[in-house]
Write a protein that binds this ligand. Structure first.
Ligand code: ADP
Length: 640
């Protein structure tokens, strides 16, 4: 193939500029990023070599070598990893920040400048950090198993375009050459390179080596330096990192800094971990694990395109990143690794899904993560709240999907309530602890915003009784509610569903009353027959004239809206209209129902009451224009 010049996508240019300016103050991290990539590439080659002997025969002296050339002003990072073919280069290096770049850019614009480095890290622009120090970068690479002729040379100045061509390459793996910018001399100095490797990449499993030049004047027979002789120059390869897999070391020997750097390597995140969980399990089966909970949620958590989850190692050999079988979906924000001594090295993804040992490891990991979160909640509540604000939405999925851990998860839930301020939370445990002695159930109301639920007429009687009501404001809470039947032996109940009878009026008198008003209630029902399935007197209203409620087991209006927003076809559900018997308007309507049910005013009033009830619960009304006309008419008659 002849040399081709191609343009970056427009977002790439913008992003590159951002990367360069945002990371400039910490520019040495470019080396960490390149070494991290090289190490990942060797991980992959070593794993492939387990099944493809030719890879190991070709070269199994796994290592990363750094060359600094002061004259040419280049820094070169060479690995014998998996390498890339033309297609890989175009996909991985030619485009930046693959999917969702637009959305990401928007987020960047909205974010504060301080958050930039972290956000950029989340997006996996590691390789592009080379352009902080280099004004041209070449990637010369050949994929494992390909012929010499299929080497690829990619080159770019990071300004708008790049070129690619096929070029013979003698060895497998990747060579990255940075043509260093003017004020970057330090990065060609041995001491500086040593320092960066030690600081950021010490734990890398493979040796990071460099040729070290010694020049010494020769000595005479008595061991004295011969001052006027030409110095003898020797070149020796030196390993710059200690290569100790961090998770095999004991916790007490590992500094927080080391954990942080390892976290950045394994997660691709530039930020710090919020929590580090490092543990070993011994006994019937053995594994060690080092898990991290990030500080910030990635921008695409809900698109589930997370590629760096929990990595699997077998006896320190990397097997795969993001081993889905190790973590349930609802803990997909957890990063880190598991190293098992009991799995065969040649495990395949298919086997993993059904492997009994893997599912045992998984349940151990889940237990550990949940107990760490509980400890955080009990010991450092503010930290837990910051976790919950980032990942609570995801964690809550577990209440619905992980039956075995449901109770633990329920204890990790936090909600706003009618007694908390906005953005303040209460746990179910706290709720139960401060329940008045006569309260028997746990109450919640779901809705889209705090102000919508706060002013809901359904709350009236609860306020009067002094009963706290939890606010379920996340769409996911509707699903949580479906699995949250009781807590601490107390039923969990929606205040917009089923019957509410807090004063425990006796059933007989309720029945009697319904009997007494049978005819007018039926007349109201008839006038709204298309819309509602029942009209009855309410025991939850004190100030408002009426409200709509769902059957005990029917879908709430909020759930209906959520389903519709997800484009789910919903059969129309008729609900129940509850009337406040003590309200003046209702008394008037009941009067009309008994005496003038065919009159114009009766029809108008019932229709207005129904529309109002829809509006206060946040549902759309069918005909806003007609509603407005009726209101106008009412106002005119009030003026008259
Ligand atoms: P990330 O490492 O977060 O995926 P990068 O921009 O650093 O993002 O790298 C993009 C991709 O390019 C990597 O995922 C990998 O597929 C490929 N890549 C980068 N460096 C190397 C290398 N030394 N050898 C093989 N592939 C590499």
């Amino acid at each position: 193939m002849s040399k081709k010049t191609k343009k970056f996508r427009t977002e790439v240019n913008e992003l590159l500029n951002l990367v360069i300016s945002a990371l400039y103050s910490n520019r040495e991290i470019f080396l960490r990023e390149l070494l991290s990539n090289a190490s990942d590439a060797i991980d992959k080659a070593r794993f492939e070599s387990l099944s493809d002997k030719s890879i190991a025969e070709d070269d199994s002296d796994w290592r990363i070598k750094i060359f600094a050339d002061k004259e040419a002003r280049t820094l070169k990072i060479v690995d014998n990893g998996i390498g890339m073919n033309l297609e890989d280069v175009e996909n991985n290096i030619g485009t930046i920040a693959r999917s969702g770049t637009k959305a990401f850019m928007k987020q960047l614009e909205e974010s504060k400048k301080n958050d930039l480095p972290e956000m950029i890290g989340q997006f996996g622009v590691g390789f592009y950090s080379s352009f902080i120090v280099a004004d041209r970068v070449e990637v010369f690479t050949r994929k494992a198993g390909d012929d010499k002729e299929n080497g690829v040379l990619w080159s770019s100045k990071g300004t708008g375009s790049y070129s690619v061509e096929e070029k013979e390459k003698a060895t497998r793996g990747t060579e990255i050459t940075l043509f260093l910018k003017e004020d970057t001399d330090e990065f060609m100095e041995e001491w500086k390179i040593r320092k960066i490797v030690k600081q950021y990449s010490d734990y890398l499993e493979y040796p990071v080596v460099m040729d070290i030049t010694h020049s010494e004047k020769p000595k005479d027979d008595e061991g004295n330096v011969i001052e006027d002789a030409e110095p003898i120059v020797t070149v020796e390869e030196d390993t710059l990192n200690s290569q100790k897999a961090i998770w095999t070391r004991s916790k007490s020997d590992i500094s927080e800094e080391e954990y942080k750097e390892f976290y950045k390597h394994i997660s691709g995140d530039f930020g710090n971990p919020l929590e580090t969980i490092h543990f070993k399990v011994e006994g019937n089966f053995e594994f060690s694990s080092l898990l991290f909970i990030p500080e910030k949620a990635p921008h695409d958590m809900f698109m589930q395109s997370e590629k760096k989850g929990v990595h699997l190692y077998v006896k320190r050999v990397f097997i795969m990143d993001d081993c889905k079988a190790l973590m349930p979906e609802y803990l997909r924000f957890v990063k880190g690794l598991v190293d098992s001594a009991d799995l065969p090295l040649n495990v395949s993804r298919e086997i993993l899904q059904e492997d009994k040992l893997i599912s045992k490891i998984q349940s151990n990991l889940v237990k550990k993560v949940l107990s760490s979160l509980k400890t955080m909640m009990d010991k450092d509540y503010d930290k837990y709240v910051s976790f919950y604000n980032e990942f609570g939405k995801v964690l809550k999925e577990g209440v619905h999907s992980d039956y075995a851990n449901k109770e633990k998860l329920q204890d990790l839930m936090l909600f706003e309530s009618s007694s908390t301020n906005a953005a303040e939370y209460i746990s179910l445990k706290q709720y139960v602890e401060r329940m008045p002695s006569d309260q028997k159930e746990i109450y919640f109301v779901s809705g889209q915003t705090r102000s919508a639920v706060e002013n809901s007429p359904h709350l009236e009687v609860f306020k009067k009784k002094g009963y706290e009501v939890l606010f379920f404001l996340d769409p996911i809470d509707e699903w949580v509610a479906q699995s949250l039947f009781e807590y601490d032996g107390k039923p969990v109940k929606s205040i917009v569903k089923g019957d509410v009878n807090l004063d425990e009026e006796d059933e007989e008198s309720i029945k009697k009353e319904a009997e007494e008003f049978k005819a007018p209630l039926e007349a109201i029902q008839k006038s709204l027959d298309e819309e509602i399935k029942e009209v009855r007197f309410s025991r939850r209203l004190t100030d408002s004239p009426c409200c709509l409620v769902a059957d005990e087991y029917a879908m709430s209006a909020n759930m209906e809206r959520i389903m519709q927003s997800m484009n789910q076809e919903m059969p129309k559900q008729k609900r129940i209209l509850e009337l406040n018997k003590d309200h003046k308007i209702i008394q008037h309507v009941l009067d009309l129902a008994s005496n003038d049910a065919s009159g114009e005013q009766f029809k108008e009033f019932t229709s207005l009451l129904f529309d109002q009830a829809l509006l206060v619960e946040g549902s759309p009304i069918q005909n806003p224009a007609v509603f407005a006309q009726k209101i106008t008419k009412l106002m005119e008659s009030a003026l008259a």
